[in-house]
Design a protein around this ligand. Structure first.
Ligand code: F6P
Length: 374
């Protein structure tokens, strides 16, 4: 096998705490093995425009605790790059830039979209290893994703703090949490923060059931409630529309049909804060309690990573360097228990990890009396 001499690293998709810890671990382990490391700015855009800089010891120093990514990131998709109003497949340009940079391997640190992009490049013959990064925890075949633990802590503390205004003003306080199409962040922080109701994309909710739970609390003298809502949560009235659009996308025979269905899904999903505000108005009307909404948003992705995310990023990043030296390409470095597993990227790309209905967290929430809207 050809000796690995030069490796590129990029970060793509939403930023998340722990990204710099992952860059640092991967880079230091590769440098320690005598391998040169270069960083690409702004995700796959940096590969397209050849925006590189040396990830040497100086560049990697002091970044373990820094939020975000020193490389920058983007959501650019190499196969669908808009230039002059037209969409182009620029994958071959990326392959050529990797060759021009003399890369023996490329490390892509990212979430669902990054793994789809990485798979296309694997199929073009590039030697790629990915690391699972997202605060959503929705990447298949890995026990954990870099950023989730930190976001969980931030969201839990926010819910803790929202209790103050809820019980002081006898209000319903609704916290909207990130998570895209999965409810892991809302479920985890809702349980940890003692939310009285947790609404998830996986369980289309009945507003009447949520109001009933709030009214029951009122009857027992608790005239305030905390509702944790995942941004992707939908009511039973809204869920069929998105399910139908998803089905249309899957059955689409032409690119035009596929694009139309994807646009409809995007619009329905982008309505999430609108859904949360509508939910607040509905609950206020039924329960006669004031309702207030807090959108946690990008706070959940900010600041220094938790110890757990630093440990996870270091564990996965150093294992990534091992895989590269062993010539193990086309794989994601998955967290498995205390160890790691090389999972083929084609078993990860396009596969969303959502919460199973019988997941222990779901059962625990129900057993402490949390309303899940069903
Ligand atoms: O994937 C991470 C995430 O924070 C999701 O939870 C959220 O829906 C999305 O990114 C927001 O995307 P952007 O940063 O492009 O607005």
């Amino acid at each position: 096998m050809k000796k690995v001499k030069r490796v590129g690293i990029l970060t793509a998709g939403g930023d998340s705490p722990g990204l710099n810890a992952a860059i640092r671990a991967t880079g230091k382990a590769l440098l320690g093995a005598g391998i040169e490391v270069i960083g690409f700015h702004d995700g796959f855009q940096g590969l397209l425009d050849n925006l590189t800089f040396p990830l040497n010891k100086q560049a990697l120093a002091g970044i373990l605790t820094v939020g975000g990514t020193v490389l920058g990131t983007s959501r650019v998709k190499p196969h669908r790059v808009e230039i002059g109003g037209k969409v182009h497949d620029m994958t071959d340009v990326i392959v050529e830039n990797c060759r021009r940079n003399g890369l023996d391997a490329l490390v892509c640190i990212g979430g669902g979209g990054t793994h789809k992009n990485a798979l296309r490049l694997v199929r073009k013959g590039l030697h790629i290893v990915t690391l699972p990064k997202t605060i959503d925890n929705d990447i298949a075949r890995t026990d954990a994703t870099i950023g989730f633990d930190t976001a969980l802590g931030i969201a839990t503390e926010a819910i803790d703090r929202l209790h103050s205004t809820a019980h002081s003003h006898h209000r319903i306080v609704i916290a909207e949490l990130m998570g895209h199409r999965a409810g892991w962040l809302a479920l985890g922080a809702g349980i940890a923060g003692g939310a009285d109701a947790i609404l998830l994309p996986e369980i289309p909710y009945d507003v009447a059931k949520v109001a009933q739970a709030i009214n029951r609390r009122k009857e027992h003298g608790n005239n305030f409630s905390i509702v944790a809502v995942a941004e992707g949560a939908l009511s039973r009235d809204d869920a069929p529309a998105i399910a139908a659009a998803v089905k249309r996308r899957k059955q689409a025979r032409t690119l035009k049909e596929k694009r139309s269905a994807k646009e409809e899904i995007r619009k329905l999903e982008a309505a999430h804060t609108g859904n949360t505000l509508r939910l607040a108005a509905q609950l206020e009307k039924i329960t006669q309690l004031e309702a207030r909404v807090t959108i946690l948003g990008y706070v959940q992705r900010g600041g220094t990573p938790s110890a757990a995310d630093r440990l996870l990023a270091t564990r996965l990043g150093t294992a990534c360097a091992e895989f590269i030296q062993a010539g193990e390409f086309g794989v994601m470095v998955a967290a498995r228990g205390d160890g790691v597993e090389a999972v083929p990227i084609d078993q990860v790309a396009g596969k969303l990890k959502t919460i199973p209905p019988d997941h222990p967290w779901i059962l625990a929430a129900r057993r402490v009396g949390t309303c899940l809207g069903d």
